[in-house]
Design a binder for this molecule. Structure first.
Ligand code: GCU
Ligand code: CA
Length: 744
């Protein structure tokens, strides 16, 4: 690992990738250019994984070796404690850590540039024993992937004395003079090694590439890898290069809480990101002697924080010469295995919740509690989640046994403690799921399994339109409400900027939700002496209007800079909602983020979800939304308290009707009950016709408002099967809003 990548360059690359991502989305997958790998089937295993094991190991593993042969002899020495190197040592550690891949960093600038395979290319150490082949075979037998690390950098060629690179040998092999201690010469040497690996190890699962080398770029290395070995995954350290499947982000510190590394990451999903971090508290990325402790709280917290943000934990351990791990790492591995196994279902094949995939929102859970949420992935789909299976991970417990989680519109039907199986008391309202009476917290993660019946109270895509006072070309305001986070709106550096949403008519509103683009960090980068880097919204003014020209201010406030969806709760009946962004968090001395606002998606909630067990509808209920309706009627869901998926809103005209067919009952005189709402000022009578018989007038009186429901019942003769029941409006008001018909 190096740390030379400049932030400005990485961020610029991030913007480039974002632009490419947006272009990809616009042209669609079928015609997607081969170079842009935002989404690709070869990523499936990594998207389903939570973690990898990062192993730096080589000639400079303590006690450090100047000679390739001496090092390999030491690796193979059977008389040392634990015996010689065997691939099983690493496969076992990877399994204990519940990782799905091993990144093998031997051809590394700080580790002596050794190749862990017998190479035909002279120029640096190459082993006689084929460690890479042995590792590939053992890993694949255990359903693990192996990614080989490649360095771009010759600058450490004689670090601490010995010369690790042999330009003379490589020149003789190539038939011309090449100095492989220069970037270009090394680019050629390493390029040849890529080609050798592609040829000799066709089952290798990919490359982890430390930064970039101009020779590789000139020769189109990445496109070559993709065309020759389409299954191979490419990861890059720090740089968001479009051809790469994965962007790695080196270990981040300075967050609050300290384990929340995603706060420092600037690569937006669905790009694959892989924060990497060292498990041993002290020492190098490789074993440099000693037996460093592993901070359990920090390490497990990072694992969970990454999982809760759909990021992959690349966990670095420091294998010794014979492949064994120092004892404190060994004991962490076995502890982690026993700790995580009982809750693994809450992490396996999940995405982080509260992002554009959906799900409850992680972060602060109130009363000092902090944690993350995960949602099960849908099999075989790179982006979809299954809202019925969600998890709350309480990493820092609350002071009082109560946890409050933003429900993001999901209707919760049950909550259990995953470790104990015990049912948990909960309630839902005002946008929050509240768990109460909690005790017996796990020191690292108390996991609650949450089942939901899906999302309610959100105006559907297509029913809201958006305009903005400024938009970068190609990133229009319509991207805000298109239901896709592959397309986003960009403010074109304009602040203040206003976004206006139009609901089409005056409707009930409970909140505005905003998924800002996850392309900038959210933590305070005090190390740079700056208050904040985030490109996110800071001060805003929220306004409403029924006519689109005269607006009333609801509030002016600051929005916290956090990852995931943000909510502005306010109760209103309005057609237009205007968000005026007065300022963003990044200050002007952070030009990469200053006034650069991106928003993936905005949505409007009509109502908050209400929790509790959802009763299945009684079998004698026939929802109006399933009936036949007259022209111009709509199935609406904009008023509270309906059953099923909505209610019927007929046009305001005599003759409008709703007709239920195929209604089965017990033959004889039965009671028909209609559930309706009528917030107008006049009754809305209808003619009731049963099986084509004589019309009978039924009065649908007024209700307090359109959110209040009432019922009216009549007795009619019914057949045993296939009854047709029709209500036809007899006045100019049309029918009341109709929710259902019940037969008893
Ligand atoms: C309002 C109300 C509708 C209702 C309509 C009506 O627009 O929101 O749900 O159907 O009035 O008068 O019929
Ligand atoms: Ca109506």
């Amino acid at each position: 690992m190096r740390h030379t990548r400049t932030r400005a360059r990485a961020v610029k690359a991030g913007i480039l990738a974002a632009v490419v991502a947006a272009m990809v989305a616009l042209v669609g997958f079928a015609s997607r250019p081969a170079s842009a790998d935002l989404l690709n089937d070869r990523q499936k295993w990594l998207r389903e994984a939570q973690a990898g094991l990062f192993l730096h190991w080589g000639m400079r593993t303590s006690p450090t070796f100047g000679s390739c042969t001496t090092w390999e002899n030491a690796v193979n020495n059977t008389s040392q404690t634990g015996g010689r190197w065997e691939a099983s040592k690493w496969v076992n550690a990877a399994k204990q850590l519940h990782t799905k891949y091993i990144v093998l960093a031997v051809f590394h600038s700080r580790l002596g540039y050794a190749r862990a395979w017998p190479s035909k290319i002279p120029g640096s150490c190459a082993t006689k024993r084929d460690f890479l082949r042995e590792l590939l075979n053992a890993a694949h037998a255990a359903d693990l992937k192996v990614i080989n690390y490649m360095t771009d950098d010759p600058s450490h060629h004689n670090e601490n004395g010995p010369e690790y690179l042999n330009s003379a040998a490589y020149s003789a092999f190539k038939g011309r003079t090449i100095d492989i201690t220069t970037r270009d010469g090394f680019g050629e040497f390493s390029y040849d090694n890529f080609i050798e690996l592609l040829d000799k190890y066709p089952d290798l699962d990919g490359f982890w590439i430390d930064n970039d080398n101009a020779v590789w770029e000139r020769r189109g290395l990445y496109a070559h890898i993709h065309s020759l070995r389409p299954h191979m995954l490419l990861s890059n350290n720090n740089e968001d290069t479009p051809e790469m499947d994965t962007v790695s982000h080196e270990q981040k510190t300075g967050m609050t809480p300290s384990y929340d590394m995603p706060q420092a990451i600037w690569t937006p999903a669905p790009r694959l990101t892989e924060p990497d971090y060292k498990l041993p508290t002290s020492g190098n990325w490789w074993f440099s002697g000693g037996d460093s402790s592993v901070d359990r709280k920090l390490t497990i917290g990072r694992f969970l924080a990454n999982a809760g943000s759909s990021m992959k934990s690349l966990m670095a351990e420091t294998a010794m010469v014979n492949g064994d791990f120092p004892s404190q790492q060994r004991s962490f591995n076995s502890f982690f295995n026993s700790w995580v196994s009982p809750i693994w279902s809450a992490l396996d094949k999940t995405q982080g919740g509260g992002y554009m995939y959906g799900g409850l929102k992680g972060g602060s859970f109130g009363n000092g509690a902090y944690g993350f949420t995960t949602v099960k992935q849908v099999d075989g789909d790179l982006l979809k989640v299954d809202p019925s299976e969600q998890y709350i991970h309480v990493v820092d417990p609350p002071t009082n046994g109560t946890v409050r989680v933003r429900d993001n519109g999901y209707v919760v039907s049950s909550v259990t403690n995953l470790r104990t199986g015990a049912a948990v008391n909960f309630s839902q309202g005002s946008g929050f799921l509240t768990l109460t009476g909690l005790s017996g917290f796990d020191p690292f993660d108390t996991v609650f399994r949450v089942t939901t019946t899906g999302r309610v109270g959100i105006y559907p895509v297509g029913s809201v339109t958006a305009t903005a006072s400024a938009s970068r070309s190609g990133f229009p305001a319509s991207n805000l409400v298109d239901g896709s986070y592959l397309r986003y709106w960009d403010n074109n550096n304009s602040v203040p900027v206003t976004i206006t949403l139009d609901l089409g008519s005056v409707k009930k509103v409970a909140y505005l939700a905003i998924n800002q683009r996850e392309w900038s960090p959210t933590h305070n980068r005090t190390t740079f002496g700056r208050a904040e880097d985030s490109a996110r919204i800071r001060n805003y003014t929220l306004q409403t209007s029924n006519d689109g020209s005269s607006f009333t201010t609801v509030r002016t406030a600051d929005m916290p800079s956090t990852r995931g969806v943000s909510f502005i709760d306010f109760a209103a009946n309005t057609r237009f909602i205007r968000l005026r962004v007065n300022s963003t968090w990044a200050s002007s001395d952070v030009p990469n983020f200053f006034h650069k606002l991106g928003i993936d998606e905005m949505f409007v909630g009509s109502d908050f979800a209400r929790g509790g067990i959802i009763q299945p509808p009684p079998p004698n209920r026939f929802e109006a939304e399933n009936a036949t309706v007259s022209a111009g009627s709509t199935i609406d869901s904009n008023h509270l308290g309906f059953s099923g998926t909505g209610f019927v809103n007929t046009p305001n005209a005599a003759g409008a009707f709703v007709e239920w067919t195929g209604v089965n009952a017990t033959a004889g005189t039965r009671t028909l009950t209609f559930r309706f709402s009528n917030g107008s000022t006049a009754a809305r009578p209808c003619d009731l016709v049963v099986n084509g018989g004589t019309p009978m007038s039924v009065n649908f009186g007024t209700t307090a408002n359109w959110d209040t429901w009432s019922t009216v019942s009549v007795s009619v003769p019914l057949n045993a099967t296939n009854n047709t029941i029709r209500l036809t409006a007899t006045t100019a008001g049309g029918a009341a809003n109709l929710d259902w018909l019940e037969v008893s």
